[in-house]
Design a protein around this ligand. Structure first.
Ligand SMILES: O=c1ccn([C@@H]2O[C@H](COP(=O)(O)OP(=O)(O)O[C@H]3O[C@H](CO)[C@@H](O)[C@H](O)[C@H]3O)[C@@H](O)[C@H]2O)c(=O)[nH]1
Ligand SMILES: [Mn+2]
Length: 965
């Protein structure tokens, strides 16, 4: 039996025993399983073996040496990277080549008559993107890695025309509305006009960011030609991938495991991928499941790569049907697929076994295999934990190939500290990854968002690594796509209108907003730096000009920096010198404002916190791990940077990393970057890059929308409100419009609620919000109606959105508006006025996908009251109106028509809600009925009292009585 040492905080050490099946031959000594504790602990360095964190398999079939080597050796965690190491030996080669390529490209561009196809009204917002589709270049590898496709002018120009027309019509409409008050229903008229003005304003904010939509096309083959030259190691950049998970009960480990497997099997050089899993729940279940996953990955990854399968998340892969007869699949594949399926099934059984075991927590908490208690037993009060499950040196898959790294991280939690939910978790991962792998790019995904297109990372790299435009890009956002949504998408979970229309529009301005998952970042952009200033036109040779001019060649700067790093390859103590030198260089080269002022170490510490290793890593724009630090200190450092107090008095969450202060940390984080002048890019590969799950029952969906809206309200009331924040910085006006739209939309719930109540009031009182309509007025109304429909239709056309998706979106806009958004508004106000904290209710991700039983699941929530009440009073209104008309004869049908139309508009929008309420059993839960009838009847009675419509009052109650049982 082998025992492994556990690094414990507060000076003690414990030993963890792993099962006896451990292959002892592969391990020479005690190996720590899990690193945790606080920074002050010096225990690590006292034990030589503790310097080695093994990527181990807890059920222990194999133990592998750790990529972080012994302290006596210079720290060298990865094999030579040709791009970086070339820089060390002869800096000239790469940079020179790039310059040549750039020069040639520009020459070619000059020769070309640049055709601007279609819709240049919006034109090219940022000058130097490669816009020309077909430069006849000789070498495919030198061509741009992507190009922008404008929407054909035949589609976009009519769209713009209609928008302008709609503005004119709106103007006429308001002129009429304001000059024609309704004398006998002044209140109704005023309310409706105020609502309409609000709708018009919010329409403007929503509409204009869609003025110039673009889509983009990537060229993966060119990326490959450029950076993966034959016979040479790949020059693609490293990527650290972050997976966040918090509650293994709501986020089943099998789902997280699938996401992790899809990451480990991604089509990218293995030594350039590191997967970090953040466990905010400090759950031993997650830990154990990950351990199983790393073992299963050794079979899964080679299989997935060998047969080039898609998607590389086994659950979803095996859910696909393969027609063995149709596609002439080869026998080896069939055999191996079958075997793999069996293996996966066994894996699932093991995971489910773990889940079953985790259902009942033992009284004394969880115990690890050696009998020591699991450090995360108290979820709110536990040390930081790090475990490297897979590393690169020595960890092999069953075919003997290397695997990407897999690292479990659970940041320290102590009572009395604000952990900042997901944003805090992401920031902790950012620091750990900076110390362990420090890739220049990061990808973050929710635990349920697996990689559906194994080339997704390459897609992102086409933008990020593009020599001309890449440097300005802070992130590449992919649309969120979903599995397991009912065919009708009843609650508009797919969000197609947002992902296929709004986001494409934003891509034509300054880039899509960040949506929290499926997004590849430039690490430097997350560090709160400004975007690089626009390059000077090439042609000037840098060689003959003073050094400060060299900012036109970022690559040179970096290589220089590498060089200086290389030389000072000593140890941590010498690192302060590195900063000084780095900073001098930065200062001279003046690449960005913040770094340009000589930034002494103290200043850096104030910004990033007190970790010399981390500070050093931030200065390496090209990534890579600072040399000269011992692995002991790195290990200590990694645990140190995930400690609770680390962010105290730093800029984390304020200017650096994921930004705090809102449960929708995503909007805020992206917003900050755009304010720093960065541009983002929207990438929609043909095969969706990522797929996730969405809440499919009504209550969960409403709660999700509530959280989003609450996040927006939080931003609205914060200093980061886009209405006031960040003028005079890099944020473009139309981009600002969109951010304003994304934080004010919950306010629309108030006028929306009023507007949905109006038709019922009108029907009950026999009054209306418009006076007797003239011909002119009806013309305007019809024109407005048509222009609204036309913008919708044209939008659907250029966005390739179906009418069904569009309609669902409209419906859910009303449903969510009158329930979730309104509650969010009040919760947000409570937070501002009374300091009541908001919490992040995680949505449950269903582990089994069959049958949509979830769809019909009914969970009571007060969110259901307002839409239900609206529905009831409008139905009552319609009945009263009709019976009234029947009583009063033919004449009263004319005026009734407008009111009925208005009420039916509300009812059809709320229809999916009604269906959701019915559940499967066609029965509305009693509590909802009671509440809604109560509200609706109080309301109706009030109206009966208030106005002399009393003759029909009896009918109100009668109808109600008939209707409601
Ligand atoms: O304290 C927390 C709370 C949540 N999460 C993670 O945050 C992610 C998103 O949670 P989920 O409940 O799935 O929220 P959704 O509404 O589905 O998520 C969308 O909206 C969120 C903002 O509200 C974004 O953070 C997400 O990336 C985006 O997919 C999950 O991976 C969680 O594990 C944490 O890591 N720590
Ligand atoms: Mn989710």
């Amino acid at each position: 039996m082998l025992s492994a040492r556990l690094n414990v905080g507060r000076g003690s050490q414990a030993t963890v025993a792993t099962p006896s099946e451990l292959d002892s031959a592969s391990v020479a000594a005690d190996i720590p399983l899990l690193t945790y504790g606080d920074h002050e602990d010096a225990g690590i360095s006292s034990d030589k073996h503790a310097l080695i964190i093994p990527p181990f398999m807890s059920r222990g079939k194999r133990v592998h040496p750790m990529p972080i080597s012994d302290s006596s050796m210079p720290f060298q965690p990865r094999p030579l990277d040709p791009k970086k190491d070339l820089a060390v030996y002869g800096y000239g080669t790469v940079a020179w080549k790039e310059r040549m390529e750039e020069w040639k490209k520009k020459q070619n561009e000059k020769l070309q008559v640049v055709k601007h196809q279609g819709g240049d009204g919006g034109g090219n917002y940022d000058g130097d993107e490669p816009d020309d589709p077909d430069l006849p270049m000789m070498d495919e590898g030198r061509q741009p890695l992507w190009r922008k496709l404008s929407i054909p002018s035949s589609k976009i120009n009519p769209y713009r025309m209609i928008i302008l027309l709609r503005i004119v019509i709106l103007g006429l409409f308001f002129q009429y509305r304001i000059t024609h008050p309704v004398d006998n229903a002044y209140g109704l008229w005023l309310t409706s006009v105020i609502c309409e003005i609000w709708f018009a304003v919010s329409w403007i904010f929503d509409q204009f960011p869609k003025w110039c939509p673009v889509v983009r096309e990537t060229y993966l083959d060119r990326l490959s030609l450029r950076y993966e030259k034959e016979g040479k190691p790949s020059e693609l950049a490293d990527i650290d991938i972050f997976v966040s998970t918090v509650d293994p009960m709501k986020e089943p480990p099998l789902i997280t495991a699938n996401t992790v497997l899809s990451i480990l099997a991604v089509d990218y050089p293995v030594d350039k991928v590191a997967c970090y899993v953040s466990d905010d729940g400090a759950a031993m279940l997650t830990f154990e499941a990950l351990s199983e996953t790393s073992e299963f990955a050794r079979k899964w990854v080679p299989f997935a790569k060998k047969f080039n399968i898609e998607p590389r998340a086994p659950e979803w892969y095996f859910a696909q049907k393969v027609d063995y007869l149709k596609d002439k699949v080869d026998a080896a594949f069939i055999r191996e697929r079958r075997a793999m399926k069996r293996d996966y099934e066994e894996f699932k059984v093991r995971i489910n076994g773990l889940v079953a075991m985790a259902q009942k927590v033992p009284e004394e908490g969880w115990t690890m295999q050696d009998g020591t208690p699991w450090p995360g037993n108290i979820v709110r009060d536990h040390p930081g934990m790090i475990q490297v499950f897979l590393g690169q040196n020595g960890v092999r898959d069953v075919e003997g190939n290397e695997l990407p790294r897999l690292i479990y991280v659970s940041r320290e939690k102590r009572p009395g500290f604000d952990h900042h939910k997901k944003a805090g978790a992401m920031n902790a991962l950012m620091r750990v990854s900076a110390i362990i792998s420090n890739a220049p790019y990061l990808l973050n995904v929710d635990c349920d968002h697996y990689i559906n297109n194994s080339k997704a990372l390459r897609e992102a790299m086409c933008f990020m690594m593009d020599p001309t435009s890449g440097k300005k890009i802070c992130y590449v956002q992919f649309p969120q796509r979903f599995d397991g949504i009912d065919r009708h998408d009843r609650y508009s979970n797919r969000n197609v209108v947002f992902f296929d229309i709004n986001m494409k529009g934003l891509d034509g301005i300054q880039g899509p907003i960040y949506v929290g998952t499926g997004c590849v970042f430039r690490r430097q952009a997350l560090y709160g730096y400004d975007a690089p200033i626009k390059k000077k036109p090439p042609g000037k040779t840098c060689n003959c000009l003073p050094k400060w001019c060299c900012c036109c060649f970022g690559s040179r700067k970096k290589n220089k920096k590498k060089k200086s790093n290389e030389k000072k390859n000593k140890n941590k103590e010498a690192s302060s010198q590195i900063y000084a030198l780095e900073n001098i260089e930065e200062g001279i080269e003046g690449i960005d404002n913040e770094k340009s002022s000589l930034m002494p170490q103290i200043k850096l510490e104030k910004k990033f916190g007190q970790s010399p290793v981390f500070l050093a890593s931030t200065l390496m724009e090209d990534g890579g791990v600072p040399r000269g630090a011992s692995s002991a200190s790195l290990l200590k450092e990694a645990v140190h940077v995930i400690s609770c107090g680390y962010e105290d008095k730093t800029e984390w969450g304020k200017e650096v990393g994921w930004i705090y202060g809102s449960v929708t940390e995503d909007i805020l984080t992206g917003f900050k970057m755009h304010c720093h002048g960065w541009r983002s890019v929207y990438c929609i590969p043909k095969r969706p890059a990522f797929k996730g799950s969405a809440p499919i029952n009504l209550s969960d969906r409403l709660h999700q929308v509530l959280r989003w809206a609450l996040g927006s309200v939080e931003i609205f009331f914060s200093k980061h409100c886009p209405i006031w924040y960040g003028y005079g910085c890099g944020l473009k006006p139309l981009e600002r419009f969109s951010y304003i739209n994304s934080v004010v939309y919950p306010l629309t719930s108030i006028p929306l609620l009023a507007y949905c109540t109006l038709p019922a009031i009108c029907l009950l009182t026999g009054k209306f919000i418009v006076p007797e309509i003239s011909n002119y007025a009806s013309l305007i109304f019809i024109a407005l109606f048509i222009s609204i429909a036309a913008t919708g239709i044209l939008e659907m056309q250029w966005g390739h959105v179906g009418i069904h998706d569009w309609w669902r979106n409209e419906q859910f806009w009303v449903i969510g508006g009158v329930s979730s958004h309104m509650f969010a508004l009040f919760q947000g106000l409570l937070k501002v006025l009374a300091g009541v904290d908001t919490n992040f209710t995680v949505t449950s991700k269903a582990a089994d996908d069959g049958g949509f039983s979830e769809l019909y699941l009914f969970k009571w929530t007060s969110l259901l009251i307002p839409p239900m009440s609206l529905l009831i009073i409008n139905i009552i209104g319609v009945m009263v109106g009709i019976s009234d008309a029947i009583n009063n004869g033919y004449d009263s049908w004319g005026p009734l028509f407008g009111r009925l139309f208005f009420a039916l508009w509300v009812i059809v929008h709320l229809y999916p809600f009604l269906k959701g309420m019915m559940g499967k059993q066609d029965k509305v839960p009693t509590i909802v009925v009671v509440w809604s009838i109560l509200l609706a009847s109080i309301f109706s009675l009030l109206w009966v009292r208030v106005n002399p419509f009393s003759a029909k009052g009896g009918i109100v109650l009668e109808v109600c009585g008939l209707n409601c049982d």
